[in-house]
Ligand binder design. Structure first.
Ligand code: CA
Length: 224
């Protein structure tokens, strides 16, 4: 299946150059030269990935990013930026960008990022979620640590599945309650701690290294 990439870049020559290279790699490419057209195209054509220049006439790349995320659009977004300040990067990631490439960039670098993000989306769509030596099969509902099969209850499975769909992201207790328990939990959230403890016992039964980390006062993160 050909991946569709939307490139929003106001420097016409650069846009043309990147378009040609992406097409050469076999991607279907759409181009927009200003922010508003970019946002509209992203919403209407539902691309598989968006490459967004930061400084654009009309609407900035950052603003496009925010608007797409505010409507729940999860499309992978790579920001192109001439800015190389740490605070700018943070602003970009805060706005919901998945990655950024600093101008001037090498084409190889951009292509590598594009491939990595498209691969990630494809993995997210598949039945098998994997992190380190931990794997979860959504259709057979089997969980393995290496070759060891782990028996989980339905709720433990749901909780682990949710963590596995958001690796390396700190997830708050409130979000876990909403997503895994499906209701606004008014009481204390000890229930999550209890389930996390069960999960850890089962995942680390052979002294395997811990993958579910506690972020004190906030929640949990799946991290080595
Ligand atoms: Ca620009």
């Amino acid at each position: 299946m050909t991946a569709h990439i939307l490139l929003v870049e106001d420097e016409v020559k650069l846009a043309r150059f990147v378009e040609l290279e992406l097409s050469y790699e076999g991607y279907k490419v759409s181009i927009a030269h200003d922010g508003l057209t970019g946002l509209t195209t992203a919403r209407e054509s539902q691309p598989d990935l968006v490459i967004l220049d930061w400084m654009l006439p009309g609407l900035s790349g950052l603003e496009i990013c925010r608007r797409l995320r505010s409507t729940g659009d999860q499309v992978p977004i790579i920001l192109l930026t001439a800015k190389d300040e740490v605070s700018d990067r943070v602003a970009g990631l805060d706005a919901g960008a998945d990655d950024y490439v600093v101008k001037p960039f090498s084409l190889e670098e951009l292509l590598a990022r594009v491939r990595a993000h498209l691969r990630r989306t494809q993995e997210a769509d598949s039945d098998i979620l994997q992190f380190e030596d931990l794997s979860l099969n959504r259709s057979t509902r089997e969980v393995h640590r290496g070759t060891r099969l782990i028996e989980l209850t339905a709720k433990e499975f749901d909780l682990l599945e949710y963590l596995l769909t958001n690796p390396r992201q700190v997830i708050t207790r409130d979000r876990i309650l909403e997503e895994v328990w499906d209701y606004d939990f008014m009481g204390d959230s000890n229930i999550i701690e209890v389930y996390i403890r069960y999960l850890r016992l089962k995942l680390e039964a052979n002294n395997e290294k811990r993958l579910i980390q506690t972020v004190r006062g906030v929640g949990y993160v799946l991290r080595e």
